[in-house]
Write a protein that binds this ligand. Structure first.
Ligand code: THU
Length: 157
C-alpha cells in the first residue's frame, strides 16, 4: 500500500483591486450578474461571468423554479449560454459571486459539484486550463484550473 497525496494551491486576495485587470473585470461582471438572479425560494443570489478566448464575457445568474430540479445554478447558466453563443471559442476563466438577498457574502461563493463537472468538460473541450475565481466581500480565491477544485475528474468516455 502506498499513501498518496493530492496537493492543491490557490491564490487569496484581500480585495478585487489586488487582482490583475482581466480578473478584476471578470469579478466585477460576476458581481453585476447577481442582479439577474431569480431566487424566490432560496433568496440566495448567485452571479457568474465567463471569459471567452475572443475576449467576450458572458454572464449568468441562478434561475429557480417551483419544480425545484428544473432550476439552474448561475455557473451553468453562464457556461451553457457561452457555449451556445460562441461554440468555437474557449472558456478561459469563470468568476462567481453570491449572497443572501443579493448582498455579497463574507465567505467566497463556491461552486456545486454539478457545476464543477460542467467546468471540467469545457476545460477538456478547449484543452486549456480554465481558472475559477470565487468572490466574497472579504476575500477572493483564484484556482488556476478546474482540476484544483475537482481532483480526479471523470474523463473516461
Ligand atoms: N447556486 C448557484 O447558483 N451556484 C452554485 O454553485 C450553488 C448554488 C444556486 C442554486 C439555488 O438557486 C441557490 O443557489 C441556492 O442553492
Amino acid at each position: 500500500m502506498t499513501e498518496r497525496q493530492i496537493q492543491i494551491s490557490y491564490q487569496e486576495y484581500n480585495s478585487i483591486e489586488e487582482m490583475n485587470p482581466e480578473d478584476r473585470e471578470l469579478a466585477a461582471e460576476a458581481i453585476k450578474a447577481m442582479q439577474g438572479a431569480y431566487a424566490p425560494y432560496s433568496h440566495f443570489h448567485v452571479g457568474a461571468a465567463v471569459r471567452m478566448s475572443n475576449g467576450q464575457i458572458v454572464r449568468g445568474a441562478n434561475q429557480e423554479n417551483a419544480a425545484f430540479p428544473s432550476g439552474l445554478c448561475a455557473e451553468r447558466t453562464a457556461m451553457f449560454a457561452a457555449g451556445a453563443r460562441y461554440p468555437d471559442k474557449d472558456m478561459l476563466s469563470i468568476a462567481l459571486a453570491g449572497g443572501v438577498m443579493g448582498r455579497l457574502g463574507r465567505e467566497p461563493a463556491t461552486p456545486c459539484g454539478a457545476c464543477r463537472q460542467v467546468m471540467a468538460q469545457y476545460q477538456a473541450k478547449s484543452g486549456k486550463p480554465m481558472s475559477v475565481i470565487m468572490i466574497s466581500s472579504d476575500r477572493i480565491w483564484k484556482f488556476e484550473k478546474v482540476d484544483d477544485i475537482l481532483p480526479l475528474i471523470f474523463n473516461s468516455i
